[in-house]
Design a protein. Structure first.
Length: 535
């Protein structure tokens, strides 16, 4: 997961993480900053500077490189084959581009904390905003035990003892970091992110060397595994093209988890994340056959990670331990940012009366400790790995997070389209926007339709005779019911209405942006243009 609690300018949100304001009354969000009629969003006065530019850019660059890529991609390769997994990750990455284009244009005009949650109240419906706010919270509640189980899975590669021990240790460390050491958050995350970037680059270089015959066994692999056992897998032993298509379709849930929260970072980082994941997936397809026994067998440890399998197959004994160690730091980093961001969201919800008020309490360091506790207790779900293999539990939690993430992306596309057509209805030119995304509204429409289909078919295997799975059905469709209950419950209780295109406050936000433009970009030296990490 990435840092929803940190805004694009490097500010830690400490007082207004989420707001569900009346969409017809944005004036309370504005103040006259110089007494001369130049309005500005009041929230900019309520944020505390927390991170330096190098922290923001590095965390954004590596923020979506999480355990899904390291641990979950092996299952996708075994189910879909090399061509299936490569196509699935590539298509999902292209769809997510529509999400990032949409949220990028919205955020440039409405730079409020909470991502799409508050624009959803202004341009769609306060009930829609409320549902998404708690949908994000639910996603964090599930993500935090997923990272705990991932950590237990990784450590079991070295030491095989009861998973409860590792879940407890990992949870305690996360609690301590978020309750007492939050001031060093940026520096720690910077170095952990740097490790992840080096790991991805190093593994891809290793893959090129091994496939070209540069490994200890000097065996050239090339595209051997694309031919044997083949580019696709006959999923569930269904013969013919249907079985191969079914295997390919299963990739989307896995890819959704791997791409989760990419919408919360800058456009440049989102593009980098997309390319890095697709390249890494491509290298996996070259290094490991889809019928490798380690992929097919649930070991309950990180030995199922395709990167570790590739290193072992190549006869490089030290590399798996290095990879595993860095992936462990990745799990800790993801869990840390999830707990930090989730606690800030609960804090904001409580401030706005959308959650119990005790969640707004802070300690002397300004940490919303009750929010940390409320999110952190869900790490206890990690103890499910005591009765089942950690890898299996990680898969269940991964699917739950993927479903919630897809719901979030649908909210972004829906909000953007309402915003887009409101501007068109009111005769406001998109040339007046601070940043105008290309390919719109087509990118948002294509992404919206495709993600709806993916969401509704996420648990399709349960409807095949003889393949019913209660766990699969719940993980694929639970969040749809949760979101619907939140939306209609809030709408009925507070009698909210969908914001009409004529009454949408787009003109007011455009006025604010025009009266408070960004300062002109400084001239950059040749070195600073190359240095993408902290220029």
């Amino acid at each position: 997961m990435t840092q929803n609690g940190i805004d694009a300018g490097g500010d830690e949100i400490v007082t207004t993480s989420q707001t569900f304001a009346n969409p017809y009354d944005i004036e309370k969000e504005i103040y006259d900053k110089d007494g001369a009629g130049a309005p500005e969003l009041a929230e900019t006065k309520e944020l505390r500077r927390g991170l330096q530019q190098r922290h923001i850019q590095m965390i954004a660059l590596a923020g979506t490189i999480g355990t899904g890529l390291f641990l979950g991609s092996g299952r996708a390769l075994a189910q879909a084959g090399p061509a299936g997994i490569f196509m699935g990750y590539t298509i999902m990455g292209l769809l997510i581009s529509g999400v990032t284009l949409s949220i990028g244009e919205l955020s440039a005009l409405v730079p409020l904390s909470g991502g799409v949650i508050r624009p959803a109240a202004y341009f769609v419906d306060p009930a829609f905003s409320f549902a998404q706010g708690w949908n994000v919270t639910y996603q964090y509640l599930i993500s935090i035990p997923a990272e705990c189980v991932a950590a237990a899975t990784i450590v079991q590669f070295w030491v095989t003892i009861n998973n409860a021990i590792w879940v407890t240790v990992f949870s305690a460390v996360l609690f301590a970091t978020n309750a007492f050491l939050v001031k060093i958050y940026g520096e720690v995350e910077f170095h952990l992110a740097l490790l992840k970037v080096f790991l991805i680059v190093g593994m891809n270089i290793m893959g090129i060397v091994i496939t070209a015959g540069g490994g200890p066994n000097h065996e050239t692999i090339g595209f051997r595994y694309w031919h044997n056992p083949g580019p696709f897998v006959q999923y569930l032993d269904v013969p013919g093209p249907l079985g191969r298509f079914m295997g390919f379709w299963t990739v989307f849930s896995n890819a959704a988890y791997a791409y989760s929260s990419v919408e919360t970072i800058s456009m440049a980082a989102a593009e980098t994340s997309f390319l890095g994941k697709v390249i890494s997936i491509f290298m996996i397809t070259l290094l490991i056959p889809s019928d490798d026994p380690m992929l097919l067998r649930s070991t309950g440890t990180a030995a199922q990670s395709p990167f570790l399998i590739a290193a072992n197959r190549a006869g490089i004994p030290v590399v798996p331990h290095i990879i595993n160690a860095i992936v462990l730091t990745s799990a800790w980093s993801s869990g840390n940012s999830t707990l930090l961001s989730g606690s800030r969201i609960l804090f904001g919800l409580a401030r706005e009366g959308q959650a119990p008020k005790f969640l707004a309490r802070t300690n002397r360091w300004g940490v919303p400790y009750m929010g940390v506790l409320a999110i952190g207790v869900w790490m206890a779900l990690g103890y499910m790995s005591v009765s089942a293999t950690a890898a299996m539990v990680f898969t269940w939690l991964q699917d739950l997070v993927a479903c919630a993430q897809i719901m979030g992306w649908l909210v972004i596309c829906t909000t953007y389209l309402r915003f887009y057509y409101a501007m068109k209805k009111q005769g406001i030119s998109r040339q007046r926007l601070p940043w105008k995304a290309p390919f719109q509204p087509y990118a948002a429409w294509i992404t919206l339709v495709a993600l709806i289909i993916i969401l509704l078919t996420g648990g399709y295997t349960t409807f095949i005779h003889g393949h019913w799975s209660t766990e699969t059905f719940i993980s694929a469709y639970l969040d749809i019911g949760i979101f619907a209950a939140l939306y209609f419950g809030y709408k009925i209780w507070y009698r909210t209405k969908i914001v009409s295109l004529d009454e949408s406050p787009v003109a007011r936000f455009v006025e604010i942006a025009e009266n408070d433009p960004d300062p002109p970009e400084e001239h950059k030296s040749a070195w600073s243009k190359i240095n993408i990490l902290w220029s």
